[in-house]
Design a protein around this ligand. Structure first.
Ligand code: SAJ
Length: 416
């Protein structure tokens, strides 16, 4: 099989490499020449465990190459971004998906399969992608097979989850479902769940919305507990001992290109019917300011004015700062102007981000933990010996709590 993938980002690249590892002849397409050059020279341009080794393997085997223009194949996978639009409900911008579809139209031949993996608003396949391809003269389910197979892998575990997660195969017709299953059957060992495109779209969006709403509940609980002087982490631990309760974990907000984005795609399509989803978004969006306010309260009682932010990424052990509440907090603190703010993140490759922990905390009065990187989990008093005032506010509840010289705060133990 020959496969052309459009988009070599966090999903398109691992997916392309996984197909190439399993003997498929893959051309990965991206508009970024720099990324294409880097990949062809054997270097990945994103951080994901196991991906660099896998790229080296497929380059060695000659089953993967990158380019800026698509080529003819038997199957096409579109895995490009779908950002929020700048409108009232932050609706789903499908223009990049549509450009991807347009770019392959001249290459399409009878029997080809076209798969959209990008996360899209409900009914996008029925109302936009399918009608466009039919206008170009293709009979869907006969000439070409059109499928929505939403990606559902967790960054940090992509190479494992691509193979073992179950996979929703949402075809425009039953024949399209079969064609989609044939493509992913190359390597997927999880169950392939057959459905239509609009059910696939909505279930993908709802998975992330479910998580966003539940995190909002945990964040609201943290605020309530702080008001009432109750340890929120103890409450969650107790409540989760009930067999049918699974409270999520509060934090500095919700980030990434999924949970902070997808719920709006549903809201925008049915605003009158989605007040709960909207409120949950608002609660999660309110968290960075909540953290900033507490940070200032802690700092007000101290002499020094240096704050060291630990972690800028949207979650632990990734390098991704897209839609990151940690990054928002860093910017809010800097804009405030009353503090000297320094960022430390062992995963983020930006010049102004400190990589040496000792340098980052020197003369600081507060370490503000905003991402749950593994590196933070093992730190002890000795890592903070050069601080001016030794205080930690750990919004991710990630550090060891048995400090002797450091005053440790988290949501369960917040300074009043
Ligand atoms: N977070 C909390 N509390 C929690 C769990 C997460 O505050 O209890 C925060 C994280 O710190 C992060 C955000 O939520 O800022 C999202 O992180 P995540 O680990 O929940 O998810 P993502 O965005 O990395 O990946 C999600 C996954 N979806 C689900 O678990 C339902 C993944 O399977 C999807 O493929 C991905 O979205 C996507 O691409 O849609």
């Amino acid at each position: 099989m020959k496969l052309t993938t459009i988009g070599l980002g966090y999903i398109g690249l691992p997916t392309s490499i996984m197909f190439a590892k399993h003997g498929v002849d893959v051309l990965g397409v991206d508009i970024k020449q720099e990324a294409v050059d880097s990949l062809n020279s054997g270097k990945i341009h994103i951080e994901e465990p196991g991906l660099q080794e896998a790229l080296e393997e497929v380059i060695g085997k000659g089953t993967f190459k990158a380019a800026t223009e698509p080529e003819e194949a038997d199957a096409y996978i579109i895995a490009v971004p779908t950002p929020n639009k700048d409108d009232e409900f932050k609706s789903c911008d499908i223009s990049i998906v549509m450009s991807g579809v347009k770019s392959i139209v001249p290459l399409l031949k009878k029997g080809d399969t076209v798969i959209v993996e990008s996360t899209i608003a409900p009914r996008t396949m029925d109302d936009h992608v399918a009608p466009y391809l039919e206008e170009q003269g293709f009979k869907i389910g006969e000439d070409i097979f059109l499928v929505h197979c939403p990606e559902r892998v967790l960054p940090g575990q992509i190479m494992h989850e691509l193979i073992y997660n179950n996979r929703i195969v949402g075809g425009m017709t039953p024949a399209c479902v079969e064609a989609g299953k044939k493509v992913y059957g190359t390597f997927v060992q999880g169950e392939m769940i057959e459905t239509n495109a609009k059910t696939a779209e909505m279930s993908k969006l709802m998975e992330n919305t479910y998580r966003d709403v539940n995190i909002a509940l945990a964040n609201e609980l943290a605020k309530i507990c702080n008001e009432l002087d109750i340890n929120v982490h103890d409450v969650i631990e107790m409540a989760n001992k009930h067999p049918r309760v699974n409270l999520h974990t509060p934090g500095p907000g919700v980030g990434g290109h999924c949970l902070a984005v997808d719920p709006y795609f549903i809201i925008a399509e049915a605003p009158e019917k989605s007040p709960l989803i909207r409120l949950a978004r608002d609660i999660n969006v309110s968290m960075p300011q909540y953290v900033v306010d507490y940070t200032k309260e802690i700092l007000d009682k101290l002499e020094g004015d240096k704050v060291t932010v630990f972690g800028l990424t949207y979650k632990g052990d990734v390098d991704d700062i897209r839609e990151s509440p940690a990054f928002d907090i860093y910017e809010l603190l800097r804009k405030d102007g009353s503090m000297n703010v320094v960022a430390y993140d062992p995963h983020v490759k930006l010049d102004w981000v400190e990589k040496d922990v000792k340098k980052a905390v020197a003369d600081s009065s507060l370490v503000l933990v905003l991402s749950d990187h593994s590196e933070f989990k093992e730190m002890d008093d000795s890592d903070f010996s050069t601080m001016k005032d030794k205080n930690i506010f750990d919004t991710k509840n990630v550090m060891k709590k048995d400090f002797k010289e450091v005053q440790y705060y988290n949501y369960g133990n917040i300074q009043k």
